[in-house]
Design a protein around this ligand. Structure first.
Ligand SMILES: C[S@@+](CC[C@H](N)C(=O)[O-])C[C@H]1O[C@@H](n2cnc3c(N)ncnc32)[C@H](O)[C@@H]1O
Length: 207
């Protein structure tokens, strides 16, 4: 079988896409652990920003962050392999955490935090810089500024409570939690969606 796959030039990505087409699968939570390809996701949605949903984030997040008080600990819940929301918080939060359910996404984020990722974030960074009002090439330092605030890459599951495996020093939760395109992707009913949001909100510090 492996020989045949090699002859046909089937790498893991091609096999997964053929398998999904063949079975007519929608990529829902049952298939996430095997079918979510972090590199393909980054390439499809963040190498260029054609998707209106992603544009909305890059347009509004800098404006929202500009109005928030400075300081505290933020976590991007269900970050996937992405850093874009953390980047928007680099001047606002003292500590930045990324949390995701899938090991392949946490591995990509860990690679990024060690400067070992191959993904080029420049299109996204330039877009964020533009919405922050910086037109002077300052996007070049954004990744490093963000990295210097990153304190961890955590496991999370919005279907559980507690929904984030927090390090022992974080006893009360986070000051800010963001989440984009996560709960709606891994819940199947309105009830489940509401429960997931509740589990995520539980991670916010009381007060
Ligand atoms: C469409 S991606 C969104 C990624 C990122 N937030 C973005 O804006 O591009 C959905 C994410 O939900 C995560 N996910 C899947 N099941 C989850 C669960 N039960 N709890 C939390 N996250 C989950 C996946 O690992 C994936 O990273």
């Amino acid at each position: 079988m492996e020989e045949l796959e090699q002859k046909l030039g089937l790498d893991e990505e091609k096999k997964q896409s053929m398998w999904r087409e063949e079975l007519g699968l929608v990529l829902d939570r049952e298939y996430y652990p095997v079918a979510f390809n972090s590199d393909a996701y980054l390439r499809d949605f963040y190498a260029q920003i054609d998707d209106p949903a992603m544009r909305i984030i890059h347009m509004f997040m800098p404006l929202i962050v500009a109005k928030l008080p400075k300081g505290g600990r933020m976590c991007d819940f269900g970050a996937g392999p992405t850093i874009h929301i953390g980047v928007c918080f680099r001047h606002c939060a003292d500590e930045i955490y990324f949390a995701d359910y899938l090991p392949q996404n946490r591995e990509e984020l860990t690679r990024w935090s060690k400067k070992e990722s191959n993904f080029d974030w420049s299109v996204v960074l330039q877009t964020i810089a533009c919405h922050e009002g910086a037109m002077d090439g300052s996007w070049r330092t954004m990744e490093e500024e963000t990295r210097s605030k990153v304190r961890g890459v955590l496991y999370c599951n919005c279907l559980e409570n507690p929904s984030i495996e927090r390090p022992s020093n974080i006893t009360e939760g986070f000051d800010i939690i963001t989440t984009s395109y996560c709960a709606e992707y891994c819940t199947k009913t309105e009830e489940e969606y509401k429960a997931a949001i509740k589990n995520i909100v539980h991670q916010i510090k009381p007060g």
